[in-house]
Ligand binder design. Structure first.
Ligand code: G
Ligand code: G
Ligand code: NA
Ligand code: MN
Length: 254
């Protein structure tokens, strides 16, 4: 209850903010984008994890407003970085299934991007496999409409849901993100290694780009390079950073 009433005020009081985790293209070693991740600094409770407050935001419907703010803010920040010379920088934003139940989702997302001035082709929306548990047709239609605007769609946490494989052929996806649980076992456990290798090959045959998340060691990185993974994200490259630190990190890499 404390979280619910707090969340209602958090947006207005700017207690909610975004951190950004860079991801790197393995061909060029350049930072090609960031994943925006919500953070909440509550005046009394201190730092509240999204694992706690996102479910509350979903139950209360507040995720709709918070989600739109996140897209607006992430696109605005990315446009600024582009204007500083990182012209091809992309931004990835996580979406809750609840947001797809909103009738005017596509229109509000379009307006949010437009207000930032960012070209929609630089925005990726991350969805998970459980997004369409309830109304698959509705989700499919909205995803296609978002794609028609030019937005890219990534399937996040791949391999952890139950209907992984049936999604791949059916949904209008651009990117597959291999869940960190596979990536992090990929250099000790030969079974997991084979799974990572197979996911990459399968994604490529479906013309999807592959991002490996949760990369923490050089062994993992080398294996992903060897298997021709496209993009890597994880603590080895950087933890999620505040916008300010992220800007400094970007400039240090030029
Ligand atoms: O950053 P961290 O690992 O603490 O995030 C925990 C979880 O919260 C992850 O599953 C992440 O996808 C989710 N999350 C973070 N930011 C957002 C957001 O803006 N929207 C949604 N729907 N989930 C988010
Ligand atoms: O569900 P989603 O994939 O959006 O969640 C991403 C979460 O993973 C974020 O909370 C982020 O902080 C976390 N994360 C990012 N990189 C790493 C990493 O290298 N190791 C671990 N353990 N977590 C990571
Ligand atoms: Na994500
Ligand atoms: Mn993820």
């Amino acid at each position: 209850l404390l979280i619910e009433s707090g969340l209602r005020r958090a947006l207005e009081r700017t207690e909610l903010y975004l951190v950004y985790q860079p991801y790197v293209d393995l061909q060029t070693s350049n930072i090609v984008g960031h994943e925006a991740l919500l953070r909440w600094n509550h005046p009394d409770l201190g730092f509240v994890s999204p694992v706690e407050f996102i479910p509350v935001a979903e139950e209360t419907g507040l995720i709709v407003e918070i989600g739109l703010w996140t897209i607006r803010e992430a696109c605005r920040q990315t446009k600024l970085w582009q204007e500083e010379g990182h012209q091809d920088l992309t931004i990835s934003v996580n979406m809750s299934g609840r947001q797809f139940q909103q009738q005017n989702l596509v229109e509000t997302v379009r307006n949010a991007i437009a207000s930032s001035g960012l070209d929609p082709a630089f925005l990726t929306l991350e969805i998970t496999e459980n997004i369409a548990i309830h109304n698959e047709r509705n989700v499919m239609t909205k995803l296609q409409e978002l794609k028609d605007i030019g937005i890219r769609i990534a399937l996040d946490d791949f391999g952890t849901g139950y209907s992984s494989l049936s999604y791949l052929g059916k949904y209008p996806l651009d990117i597959l993100k291999i869940d960190k649980s596979f990536v992090q076992h990929s250099y000790t456990d030969s079974g997991e290694k084979e799974i990572v290798k197979t996911i990459i090959a399968m994604a490529h045959s479906l013309k999807l780009k592959v991002i490996a998340e949760g990369v923490e060691t050089t062994e993992q990185l080398q294996y992903l390079e060897q298997e021709r993974c496209d993009v890597v994200q994880g603590y080895l490259i950087s933890r999620p950073l505040t916008a300010e630190d992220c800007g400094a990190f970007l400039r240090s890499k030029r």
